[in-house]
Design a protein around this ligand. Structure first.
Ligand code: DLL
Length: 435
């Protein structure tokens, strides 16, 4: 039995489109009247808010880039006076100034609704304890899922990140049913449970809601096997709202986009032109119900594809594939485009390693060189150095075959690589420093 949280999740496509069109028209008018940045852009393009009458007119609107948020730091793109603001969050941005995002009370309510849909789709009910190990604070993960669990009527255990042994103790003592954190942290919790000899079946955990970073199907299977749960993906970004822009259902086959609040486009990042359904491109979102920060055609830099095919779960919202990475995460190694997630999926094909890996790219002379450190699986003992080397060569061969890049592979003992409680740092690229 599917747990729908809102009627709109299964509404006929025509109804969703009509709602989107109505909300788009309202939003365009609001940003024109309240955000000088958009008024200027529209005026420069000779575009009047009245020109936007249908969903097809969306394409006439200008794109918004992360740089626009930076240029208008901190509050320049807000569409409401300060008295209407209820909350501020900020992106976890590792480069440049962080971007500041705002919410009105209505925005927070909608955020709670869309994350409640995600929890509900993962089978969470008001009878459950939702254990939140995403960071609380300016990062949207903790408080975003918190809003959702509260809206759903579940009991929130707001643990935040850190102290993994304590997390496990809390799961045991407080009967946590659903764990929310990044997939890399989930993996770390699972490994720690194993080290401590905690039997996953002694816990009440049934589901995990993992997102905020790319992760592969293979990683999902590992976490599910190690924790004896079902692991669901959730997508979002601070600029648009936070977690809950899209969420996975029981079919675990793509994430449903909350189309009553966001219109998605998939474009060729070079030309800005739309790409057909099913083909990879950059995701672009328009917020159609946000009050405080309604972004128009926001360029996410995330690479994914959408499908309008019917989903087994009965939801009619279209689905996006797991993002493969970001246009700015993509490594170009000797001219070959490589996403860290591709490396992950190759590694996970071998059971003598764990999904803990780090890619170091450096430049020696004019040549890029790549080293991949991978942790061996605990309990796998190689008798000789030769054996370790042989396994490293096997991995190297697989990587070369699948990704078309030559890399040095180093097998390191379990627990050697740094663990992250939030988003994992998979790539160290020292090339720019040497340039
Ligand atoms: O990571 C919001 C979030 C919190 C989503 C908790 C899911 C769960 P930011 O810090 O602004 O917001 O980072 C947004 O993270 O553009 C993607 O590149 C990446 N990302 C988020 N979810 C996924 C996912 C939060 N499920 C950026 N798969 C996005 C792959 C993801 N990448």
């Amino acid at each position: 039995m599917e747990n729908y949280f809102s009627a709109i999740e299964t509404a006929p496509r025509g109804e969703i489109a009509a709602l989107q069109c109505y909300r788009l028209i309202q939003t365009v008018r609001r940003v024109y009247e309240n955000v000088p940045f958009y008024k200027k852009k529209f005026d420069e393009m000779g575009l009047k808010p009245e020109d936007v009458r249908s969903l097809d007119d969306l394409r006439r609107l200008p794109f918004t880039y992360k740089q626009d948020l930076r240029d208008n730091y901190p509050y320049g793109l807000f569409a409401v006076p300060q008295a209407k603001l209820a909350r501020i969050h900020a992106s976890s941005g590792t480069t440049g100034k962080q971007t500041v995002v705002g919410y009105t009370r209505s925005d927070l309510k909608i955020w709670g609704e869309i994350t409640a849909r995600a929890l509900s789709a993962a089978g969470v009910t008001p009878e459950d304890f939702v254990h939140i190990s995403y960071g609380y604070g300016l990062f949207t993960g903790g408080l975003g899922l918190h809003e959702g669990a509260t809206t759903l009527g579940a009991s929130v255990i707001p643990v935040s990140t850190g102290n993994t042994k304590r997390q496990i103790q809390i799961m045991q003592d407080f009967s946590s049913n659903c764990l929310c954190c990044t997939p890399s942290y989930a993996m770390h919790i699972a490994e720690t449970m194993r080290q401590l000899g905690v039997d996953p079946d002694s816990l009440k955990l049934r589901a995990g809601i993992f997102g905020a970073e790319p992760w592969t199907e293979a990683m999902r299977r590992r976490i599910e096997e190690m924790m004896h749960i079902r692991a669901y993906d959730i997508y979002g970004m601070s600029e648009l709202m936070g977690p809950g822009v899209a969420y996975e259902c029981s079919a675990q086959h793509g994430m449903h986009i909350n189309e009553d609040h966001f219109i998605v486009e998939v474009i060729d990042p070079e030309t800005g032109e739309p790409v057909p359904d099913g083909e990879k491109g950059e995701l672009v979102f328009t917020c159609i119900s946000k009050e405080a920060l309604p972004l128009i055609r926001y360029r996410t830099r995330d690479i994914s594809a959408v499908t309008r095919e019917k989903c087994a779960c009965g939801r009619t919202f279209l689905r996006m594939k797991k993002p493969q990475g970001r246009t700015d995460d993509m490594l170009i190694i000797r001219g070959v485009n490589v996403f860290p997630s591709q490396v992950e999926s190759v590694l996970l094909g071998f059971d003598f390693v764990t999904p803990n890996y780090q890619i170091t790219v450096s430049r020696e002379g004019a040549l890029d060189s790549v080293r991949i450190d991978v942790e061996m699986a605990p309990g796998v003992a190689f008798d000789t150095v030769r054996e370790v080397e042989q396994h490293a060569r096997t991995l190297r061969g697989a990587i070369e075959q699948v990704l078309n890049i030559a890399a040095t592979v180093r097998l390191v003992p379990p627990g050697t690589l740094e663990r992250s409680e939030g988003k994992a740092k998979r790539v160290i690229d020292t090339r720019n420093l040497l340039d």
